[in-house]
Ligand binder design. Sequence first.
Ligand code: ADP
Length: 319
Amino acid sequence: IKRIGILTSGGDSPGMNAAIRAVTKVGLNSGLEVFGIYNGYKGMVEGYIEPLTRESIGEIVTRGGTILGSARLPEFKDIEVREKAIRQLRKRGIEAVVVIGGDGSYRGALELTHMGINCIGLPGTIDNDITCTDYTIGFQTALETIVDAVDKLRDTSNSHHRCSIVEVMGNRCGDLALWAGVACGADIVVTSDTGFDEQDILDRLRDLDMIKKKKHAIVIISEKITDVHQFAKKVTLNTGFSGRATVLGHIQRGGSPCPFDRMLASQMGEKAVDLLMQGIGGQCVAIRQNKIVSYPIEKALVMPSESKKPLTNLFERLS
Ligand code: ADP
């Protein structure tokens, strides 16, 4: 092949730029021409596609977000829309595409592969919700942001006998909450795996206050589980702590990627180009037990998630 495209799709994550850089540099150094497709599948359909050069990707390894922009395009599920996208690619001689995004983006990549454009998926999301890979690009940076924020909340909640209830992202995957729980020494972690037993948590908080005489408490809770502001009110009413909710929100998506994410993005970008040059499509790149590997997207989408038990046990043993 001679020409490949690259796009970022779905929610952005720190390290996407490092992946764009890696794909571009490895591609150019392998004799390929590399095209940036802007705003995800939307730009593919509209033909917002431009060549990437060494200059255009200069100094982006340190930057959060994605220079290519990201967008959602639900209509990409329609075959006519994808046909239009493929015409745009063919017009420019682009034969294969690297798609950086989450599992929705992987589905689009698989459909394109079925239609004759080889695509390789890279896991770009802070949520760590792609089961075939131990880590997604952006997870470790988001974790750092959360740990930094919770450390700060701890200082102030200490002074005021507060219970800080911190809502973190994860899109139904509890990894950000659980990892942050261990790393920050939180008292309670709530994820879709632990379930949310409100009464039980209030009882445990009362216990921390009255029996363990703790000065403050920290609860880390995954998004999409409960209204943390309402829950904070119940904490104030039912325990000796004054409950305060903090929703970290999109802060978790931003920032300069940490070294791990830069490394991961670079290694995965290299792998994506190698696969495309071997004529392989319909696969996604993953890191498993410290090795960069790839799986057919069909298989990856239905892989069961690793058991969270060891880390959940550790969290409990640290309480
Ligand atoms: P993520 O990739 O982070 O999971 P989304 O689920 O929003 O984010 O998917 C990103 C984009 O991928 C969608 O806006 C759509 O353009 C495309 N996409 C998602 N599901 C499909 C599908 N089944 N077929 C084709 N394209 C899809």
